[in-house]
Design a protein around this ligand. Structure first.
Ligand SMILES: [Zn+2]
Length: 486
């Protein structure tokens, strides 16, 4: 039996494409590289032809500063680009323009919320600007290269190794993705490769502060894969040490099907890249005035939005769920603008709408593409609030809205779900139910109050959702009182 407990020591490198209109150093458009016709958005600069000169995209620098400020970083007033030389078929110049000794943002932090309700601050070491490479597709024995992505602005955000488990890695990734989405600099769509995450992972005995040999996992295409690969690697390395072995430094890939890490190559070190100052670009000076101007125009970020939602009466948990993806937060706010109560809107979205989306295999961030318009959900909530329909009828209306869209009031009419305040009709049904459940009535009269809930349910079901709950309670109580004393 193992006597030592191990903890993970994880640092995360995140590559985020900056979704500017044009590329980092040329005028070519930034396009969706999963759908655009290959090699149609290229020019001599991003194809790496000899003799051309790159020009820095000001908007990309602004986006990088936005991210740096949101991550509480210091923005460097003096930046320099560097050449990172290596050969790869997706890199026509034979080097990538990056930043090395003088990155644009340093020394920040990101606070993550953990499932147990605690928070942890993960330090951000640096964020630097660079250009993306082309994309290789392997077909049989051949490789095809698409340079549409070549030269797309990329921000590499590097954390300190402050992450201790796969759960924390997931929380960090989700929070960072949300911030990039809120800032409007990245869609967060990992399946399209616009956001890529590479954890470096080592383990150590709990309580120790040493840093042991680490491995790096490449090419993770979802947050789920990041979490699973981290969990797997922590367990694998702990086992190696428990058996008296040593972990080898290596670059690993994640095999999604076999749920295991596989060795790709031995790690190269920084001097292999022969970094030197990029001679084709001047140093980049960033004025304090510009930084302040960008700071003043930062949008409301997830933490601030969460706190504002809590002030509207939401629980911390519900508020965190709603801000975790910008699309969901936007949808929730649109439901509120259409006049719905905040707490009720949160309940209907989290408990009802998400359940229907989940059943249909939809991710919560697809909320904007469902047929339930925010105004329709607000209308439904108001109908329930006003007592026009009860809660279970409301769920039926939501089913119809989800399947076909449309207006909630029209669905209420079409499905015949309007409540009827017809005391006579309710009395008839209550009498019939009490007659059919004589034994339950006797138990109720003997003091077994929970029977009331059962009888209420029977009456409501018989009423097919059309009886107002308060009227049923009222009639049932008075009829039962009569029977108990009779
Ligand atoms: Zn170009």
């Amino acid at each position: 039996m193992p006597t030592t407990r191990y903890e993970g020591v994880i640092g995360l490198e995140v590559h985020a494409e900056l979704e500017t209109r044009s590329k980092m150093f040329c005028g070519c458009a930034v396009v969706d590289s999963t759908t655009a016709e290959p090699n149609t958005v290229v020019c001599p600069i991003c194809l790496g032809m000899p003799g051309v000169l790159p020009v820095i995209n000001r908007r990309a620098v602004e986006f990088a500063i936005r991210v740096g400020l949101a991550l509480h970083c210091e923005i460097a007033p003096f930046n320099r680009f560097a050449r990172k030389s290596y050969f790869y078929p997706d890199l026509p110049k034979g080097y990538q323009i990056s930043q090395y000794e003088l990155p644009i943002a340093v020394n920040g932090w990101l606070e993550i919320d953990l499932p147990d309700g605690s928070t942890r601050r993960v330090r951000i070491r640096r964020a630097h600007l660079e250009e993306d490479t082309g994309k290789l597709t392997h077909v049989g024995d051949s490789s095809l290269v698409d340079f549409n992505r070549s030269g797309v602005p990329l921000l590499e955000i590097v954390s300190e190794p402050d992450i201790r488990s796969d759960v924390e890695a997931e929380a960090y990734a989700r929070k960072l993705r949300a911030i990039l989405q809120y800032l409007g600099v990245n869609s967060g769509d990992m399946s399209k490769g616009v956001l890529r995450m590479e954890p470096n992972i080592s383990v150590r005995p709990v309580g120790s502060v040493e840093l042991r040999t680490r491995t790096e996992v490449k090419n993770l295409n979802s947050i789920r894969s990041l979490q699973r690969a981290s969990a797997h690697e922590i367990e694998r390395q702990a086992k190696v040490y428990e058996q008296g072995g040593l972990v080898d430094q290596a670059t690993l890939g994640w095999d999604e099907i076999r749920q295991t890490t596989v060795i790709q190559r031995e790690k190269e070190s920084a001097h292999d890249y022969r970094y030197f100052p990029e001679p084709d670009l001047p140093p980049l000076a960033i004025s304090q005035e510009w930084i302040e101007e960008i700071r003043q125009h930062l949008p409301e970020l997830p933490d601030a939005k969460r706190d504002r939602f809590i002030k509207l009466g939401l629980s911390r948990y519900d508020a965190s769920v709603l801000v975790a993806e910008r699309a969901v937060a936007d949808y929730f706010e649109a439901v509120l603008s259409a006049g719905a109560d905040a707490k009720k809107a949160a309940n209907w979205i989290i408990n009802e709408l998400f359940a229907r989306m989940n059943k249909a295999g939809l991710d919560t961030e697809a909320i904007g593409s469902t047929k339930v318009a925010p105004a329709a959900l607000a209308g439904l909530i108001k109908l329930v609030d006003a007592g026009a329909i009860n809660n279970s009828a409301g769920k039926k209306v939501l089913d119809s809205l989800y399947a076909e869209g449309g207006d909630p009031a029209e669905w209420v009419a079409k499905l015949g779900l309007e409540q009827t305040r017809d005391t006579g009709a309710v009395e008839t049904v209550v009498e019939a139910i009490l007659n059919a459940n004589a034994a339950e009535v006797t138990r109720y009269c003997a003091g077994e109050e929970k029977v009331l809930k059962f009888l209420t349910g029977q009456v409501m079901r018989e009423g097919k959702g059309k009886f107002p709950a308060d009227l049923v309670q009222q009639v049932l109580s008075s009829k039962l009182a009569g029977r108990c004393s009779g």
